[in-house]
Design a protein around this ligand. Structure first.
Ligand code: HQG
Length: 190
């Protein structure tokens, strides 16, 4: 690929990232900011979203492209293609209707070193979001932790918690979700 062509692709990707961040904010945290509503399962009407968005020239096609190419597959389209929602990460209360599933023995959570003392006292709590977010692989946890500072990886005895009756959910984009992780199920990786 020539330099010019590459820079066009790069531009498109940057624009997609901006739109993805905007959609994450609206669909996970603040639909009112553009005057739209989500239904009880977190779905937004795409026509309304396009109509109310001033920041970007959204179209059905552009939204479909952002959803399709998204690095973490953060968004899902309804079967009829008329609605969009975030697959996880919400702070607003909605029911994603994921079924509870059996987790693997171990799941991981990436955090920052400065949160460690508090986490080892209180366990992992969901902070502003609806769930604590966990991953099946260390790599993802490492990246998630780096967003907050010097990363620390925690190992979670997920299957054990599940055996004690705690529910775990797997989002459409393969993020493990649960309500909290108690201190006794946590250990530091490595
Ligand atoms: C920490 C990204 C002190 C927790 C990622 C985390 C994820 C505590 C921070 C998704 C604590 C919350 C979510 C306690 C937890 N005391 N700190 N008791 N319990 N914490 O952003 O998991 O790119 O809400 O360790 O990939 O970092 O946006 O959660 O450091 O899936 O799609 O409090 O966001 O996805 O931070 O990230 P967050 P998270 P996207």
């Amino acid at each position: 690929m020539g330099v010019a062509a590459f820079s066009i692709v790069n531009q498109m990707t940057k624009e997609h990232t901006k739109i993805s961040k905007f959609l994450s904010f609206v669909l996970r945290h603040n639909p009112q900011s553009i005057g739209i509503e989500l239904d009880e399962n977190g779905w937004a009407d795409i026509a309304a979203l396009i109509d109310r968005t001033q920041k970007f020239a959204l179209s059905q096609e552009l939204i479909a492209e952002v959803v399709r190419t998204n690095d973490k597959q953060r968004f899902a389209l309804s079967k009829d293609g008329l609605k969009i929602r975030a697959s996880q990460g919400h702070s607003i209360k909605i029911d994603l209707e994921y079924k509870a599933v059996t987790p693997p023995d171990i799941l991981y959570h990436g955090t920052a070193s400065r949160f460690l003392a508090s986490i080892m006292k209180q366990g992992l709590t969901r902070q502003n979001r609806q769930h604590v977010h966990l991953s099946a692989d260390i790599d993802t946890a490492q990246k998630v932790g780096s967003r907050h500072g010097t990363p620390v990886i925690l190992t979670i005895a997920a299957r054990e918690l599940h055996q004690f009756g705690q529910a775990f959910y797997l989002s459409d984009n393969k993020v493990w979700l649960t309500e909290k992780v108690s201190v006794r199920a946590l250990s530091r990786e490595g």
